[in-house]
Design a protein around this ligand. Structure first.
Ligand code: IVH
Length: 683
């Protein structure tokens, strides 16, 4: 079937954004890296073939997703880029050739060139940036969206092989980048404990690591036995390092953890030999790896090769193909999500794949089932690339039982039995009954969850327990639980302390403010970002209730379009105008939930909105990192290198090559005084 390229591009962008969010923000990916990379590759090809559809917002330009909510967000002194991936030996060789020609290196009679590269394991964990000042660990940031990340210093300090104080004579400022991971033994022990407590299991060590690092209680983190390997660098002052290999050896002497399986290679054949050897060795290691990272050794060569929008050119990851196994599809169940989407789930004969036992796998939607012709009773091929939720890749047709019949889409909702619908242009089936019990429960779980109302003590299990006895049927019911204390105390595993904690958590959540509430209600299309923008602009729920669809869609934030399109505006407006929506808001108001938002910034014309800036040198009155996030708050995109696309360079004292480059390119340059003046006008 051929499809209009623009339509496919739009679809892919939407899908990738969705997976991106799941991966980077929620740490709960639904597809394998390989699948994600396939989609990215398809999009990149289409964008290349149809340059008229290129967009600066395309996921192909993106470095990552938004930071996790709940921790202080801080700008990286140097962005944390991603790496290009390949699953193909030829592409690895092509990368090597690009490096050779990019550096203008000579080749021999056979076209071979010698360039020192370091090959090392790709650790399947969570990226971290560790900042040491005068040898002391002062900050640990997650990668976040690559430009800014979350300050998780307290949690990282519990990672046992990360030194809090360096040995020897380290540079005054040393930013080490690396990977935090969970060894298999810790992972098994944690899941065993969770199984005993009836808690949901972590899908794999990477998810467990991400989940652990997001914990607010660092004592709990300490019990999880996380580990780290250093594999990169950020800012170093003074910087005397010439090669990556030497850098690794030196930081090892400071006490930092460096992987043993690191090899200096002179040719791409040597690199490939390492890949082959390591692909066998990795199965014996105590932690997960998902590939080999190859880096040019010389740091000057890094500078001259530079980076694309997404990844440096001096580095590539060869990723191992996903492990696939066969099992039997016992049944297909249909699950109702918080937005009413009815999703098929494969119930499988348990099978061990890539480190964990798989019992269930999402089948995404009916189209996917029809396309793969998946039938109950089939033998199916299941894939899991380390950190992912398993996928049913295909059916083994030769083994299909004679009685297997094509799968039919349900006509009614499995929970409330009302008819399900399929909207035009959508693949998903949807239950539109707002009172649907399954949907209500999912909405309540979302409402109470981290990033939304963040109600301590009201996790998934407790929501089910309370909903089972009809104490939770709506958002408003959450705030009426205190009137049912004696009944709650009769529930299994509910003592006075647990109840007190729950009620205290609920009470605290009343003050989260309008942005959190709007995002927590699970209104279709109204995500966390839209909720924050709307709350900031309108300030109180009444103003939003009174606004027309046009007013909701058409306002400016600091001289730029707000980003709230007609789809979000219409959906929000419909919700607030509906009887159910009105009832929800009234319930929340009468139970004392704060439905206002403090305005942080007045919408003013920011001279930085939509501008690409480079900050260089040092300032008397500004910390570079704080300045970066402040300017980003005013709508600027802060970049680390000067190019023709740079609008403005802010140069402090001792600004070096970036300032000269800006002058060469005729780019506007501001000094500290000019910056202060501009900030005074808008702050
Ligand atoms: S180098 C400019 N080396 O993989 C980026 N990354 O898929 C330099 N990772 O974000 C990264 N092991 O967190 C590098 N030996 C290794 C790695 C590694 C794991 C992670 C890293 C990166 C991600 C990209």
């Amino acid at each position: 079937m051929t499809q209009d390229p623009f339509q496919r591009i739009t679809e892919l962008r939407k899908e990738l954004e969705y997976h991106n969010k799941l991966y980077y923000t929620d740490a709960a990916p639904e597809v394998s890296d390989q699948r994600y990379d396939q989609l990215i590759a398809e999009l990149a090809t289409l964008e290349r073939e149809h340059p008229q559809y290129q967009s600066p917002h395309s996921p192909t330009h993106r470095v990552g997703g938004a930071p996790i909510e709940g921790f202080k967000t801080i700008a990286h002194a140097q962005p944390m880029l991603s790496i290009d991936n390949t699953y193909d030996q030829q592409e690895l060789t092509a990368w090597h050739q690009r490096v050779v020609s990019g550096l203008g290196l000579p080749t021999d009679l056979w076209g071979h060139a010698t360039i020192e590269c370091v090959a090392e394991p790709k650790i399947d964990g969570v990226a971290i940036s560790l900042r040491y000042e005068a040898g002391i660990l002062v900050q640990a940031l997650t990668r976040g969206n690559g430009v800014e990340g979350d300050d998780i210093t307290t949690n990282v300090k519990t990672v046992r092989n990360i030194p809090l104080k360096l040995e020897g004579d380290p540079p005054a400022v040393l930013e080490v980048r690396g990977e935090i991971y969970m060894p298999h033994a810790s992972f098994e022990a944690i899941n065993q404990k969770r199984r005993d407590q009836g808690l949901e299991l972590f899908a794999n060590p990477r998810n467990a690591t991400a989940g652990t690092l997001k914990q607010k209680d660092s004592k709990a983190v300490a019990q999880r036995k996380l580990m780290c390997f250093a594999h990169g660098r950020g800012v170093i002052e003074p910087d005397t390092f010439e090669t990556y290999y030497n850098y690794l050896q030196t930081i090892k002497s400071y006490g930092l953890p460096v992987n043993d399986n690191v090899k200096c290679c002179n040719t791409i054949d040597e690199v490939w030999q390492f890949v082959e050897e390591f692909s066998k060795k990795r199965t014996t290691l105590a932690y997960d790896t998902d590939g080999v990272v190859v880096k040019v050794n010389n740091f000057l060569a890094h500078e001259s090769l530079g980076a694309t929008a997404k990844a440096p050119r001096w580095c590539i990851a060869y990723k191992f193909p996903a492990e696939q196994v066969q099992t039997r599809l016992k049944q297909i169940t249909w699950q109702v999500g918080k937005g009413g989407t009815v999703t098929p789930v494969a119930e499988l004969d348990p099978v061990f794949v890539a480190g964990t036992t798989v019992r269930r796998a999402t089948l995404h939607n009916m189209d996917e089932i029809s396309r793969k012709d998946i039938r109950v009773g089939d033998r199916v091929l299941v894939e899991k690339a380390g950190e992912i939720i398993p996928q049913v890749v295909s059916v083994v047709l030769a083994d299909r039982p004679a009685h297997a019949v094509p799968t039919k889409a349900p006509e009614i909702c499995p929970s409330c039995k009302e008819p399900v619908i399929q909207e035009e242009g959508e693949t998903a089936l949807r239950c539109v009954n707002l009172q649907c019990p399954a949907q209500v429960r999912e909405k309540l779980i979302w409402f109470a969850g981290r990033g939304q109302m963040d109600i301590d003590g009201l996790g998934e299990k407790v929501v089910h327990q309370l909903a089972d006895v009809d104490l939770l049927k709506s958002f408003g019911d959450v705030y009426k639980l205190k009137d049912h204390a004696s009944q709650i105390l009769t529930l299994e595993r509910f003592g006075q302390t647990k109840l007190d904690n729950l009620l205290a958590g609920i009470e605290q959540s009343k003050q989260r403010g309008l942005a959190k509430i709007l995002g927590a209600l699970g209104i279709r299309h109204v995500g966390t970002t839209a909720a924050r923008i709307l709350a900031q602009h309108f300030g109180e729920i009444v103003a939003i209730q009174l606004a027309s669809v046009e007013e909701l869609a058409d306002f400016q934030v600091m001289g730029n379009k707000s980003g709230i399109g007609p789809q979000i505006a219409q959906s929000l407006h419909d919700f607030l105008a509906s009887d159910a929506g009105k009832q929800i808001i009234t319930d929340l108001q009468t139970t004392g939930v704060n439905l206002t938002e403090e305005k942080i910034l007045q919408p003013v014309d920011s001279p930085f909105a939509g501008k690409t800036l480079v900050i260089t040198g040092s300032f008397d009155n500004y910390d570079r990192r704080e300045l970066t996030s402040q300017l980003q708050g005013f709508g600027a995109k802060v970049s680390s290198s000067v190019s023709k696309k740079t609008h403005l360079v802010i140069a402090g004292q001792a600004a070096g090559s970036k300032l000269s480059k800006a002058q060469e390119l005729g780019i506007e340059v501001w000094d500290e005084a000019k910056l202060t003046e501009a900030l005074a006008l808008i702050c």
